[in-house]
Design a protein around this ligand. Structure first.
Ligand SMILES: C[S@@+](CC[C@H](N)C(=O)[O-])C[C@H]1O[C@@H](n2cnc3c(N)ncnc32)[C@H](O)[C@@H]1O
Length: 274
C-alpha cells in the first residue's frame, strides 16, 4: 500500500488486538492519499462495490433502502452511506480510523448530506440488538479483522430478523497471485488455502503496521451459515471493457482473466444461531 513507512513483509498469525492496533493507524496515515486518489471515482454520494465500478444502483444487492435503518461497517468517508441517505435510507457509519471519519465529516459539510458516524470496530458494534434492517461493507473492515466469526456474529446481533447483510471483499482467489496490476499478477504463486495472514512490520520499530486476513469462498459460506444467515447473492463483477482505471492490484490486464471482487448478499433467518 502507498504512504507506508519502510516495512518488511511476513506471513504469520496475528491476533485481533494486533490487527486493530496496526490497521487503525495505518488507515489514519493513508486516509488523505486514499481520498485524494479514489474520492472522485467513489463519488461524494456514490455507492461503488469495488474497483470494477459496479454500483449499488446497478447491482441492487441491498434491496430497497428507503425508510430502512442501515449500518455501514468500515464506512471510510461515508460515500456509500450518503448514497443510501439520498435514496431515503437512515444510514450510519462506523470506522476504525479517525482520519477517515474526518474526511466523512468534511464531505458531509460539502454536500449537506450528513452521515452520523462513530469510531469503532467491526468486532464490537456499539449498537443495541435488533437495531438495523441492513448492514453492509464495501471493502470495509472485513479483510482487516482477525476474529471474523465475532464480526459476523456482531452483525447478526444488531440486525433485525429477516435483515439483509451485504459486503464486498477482494475476491478470495486473488490471494493466490502477487498484488500486481500487470501480467506478473496473473501467475499464481501461493496457495489459495493458506490462511496465514499477510503482515507488514515497521522496520524502524519492529511493530506490526498492516495486516490483511484471507478466507476462502467456503470459509465465507460456513461463517454466514453458522451465524444464521441464508446466502442470497454472490456477485463476481466482470471488468468492463472500456474501464482503464488501475486501483492497486486491480486493472483491466488482470480483470479480463480473473475476478477481483466478490460481493456476498445474505438474509438473517429468524434463528441467529442456526
Ligand atoms: C478500503 S476502505 C473502504 C471504505 C469505503 N467503503 C470506501 O469504499 O472507500 C476500508 C475501511 O475499513 C476500515 N477498517 C479497517 N479495519 C476496521 C475494523 N476493524 N472495523 C471497522 N472499520 C475498519 C478502514 O479504516 C477503512 O476506512
Amino acid at each position: 500500500m502507498e504512504n507506508h513507512p519502510p516495512v518488511r513483509v511476513e506471513r504469520r498469525a496475528v491476533s485481533e488486538d494486533e490487527s486493530r492496533r496496526a490497521n487503525g493507524p495505518d488507515w489514519d496515515r493513508y486516509a488523505d492519499e486514499y481520498q485524494a486518489t479514489h474520492g472522485e471515482f467513489l463519488g461524494d454520494s456514490g455507492f461503488v462495490w469495488g474497483p470494477e465500478g459496479l454500483t449499488e444502483a446497478e447491482a441492487h444487492v441491498l434491496g430497497d433502502v428507503a425508510d430502512r435503518d442501515v449500518l455501514e461497517v468500515g464506512s471510510g468517508a461515508g460515500q456509500c452511506s450518503r448514497w443510501v441517505r439520498s435514496r431515503g435510507g437512515r444510514s450510519y457509519g462506523l470506522d476504525l480510523s479517525m482520519r477517515q471519519l474526518q474526511h466523512s465529516r468534511r464531505i458531509d459539510q460539502e454536500t449537506g448530506v450528513p452521515v452520523p458516524s462513530v469510531l469503532g470496530t467491526a468486532t464490537a458494534l456499539p449498537f443495541a440488538d435488533d437495531s438495523f434492517d441492513i448492514v453492509f461493507s464495501s471493502f470495509g473492515a472485513l479483510q482487516f479483522v482477525s476474529d471474523i466469526d465475532v464480526a459476523v456474529a456482531e452483525t447478526a446481533r444488531v440486525l433485525r430478523p429477516g435483515g439483509r447483510y451485504a459486503f464486498s471483499i477482494t475476491h478470495p482467489t486473488r490471494w493466490m497471485f502477487p498484488d500486481d496490476p500487470g501480467e506478473e499478477g496473473l501467475v499464481a504463486s501461493q496457495s489459495y488455502w493458506d490462511r496465514t495472514p499477510y503482515v507488514e512490520v515497521d522496520d524502524a520499530t519492529g511493530r506490526v503496521s498492516y495486516v490483511e486476513h484471507h478466507r476462502t469462498l467456503g470459509d465465507w459460506v460456513a461463517l454466514l451459515a453458522g451465524a444464521g444467515f441464508v446466502i442470497t447473492d454472490l456477485r463476481e463483477p466482470e471488468w468492463p471493457p472500456d474501464h482503464d482505471r488501475v486501483w492497486g492490484g486491480w486493472s483491466g490486464v488482470r480483470g479480463q482473466f480473473t475476478p477481483g471482487t466478490a460481493i456476498f448478499g445474505a438474509r438473517l433467518g429468524s434463528d441467529r444461531s442456526a
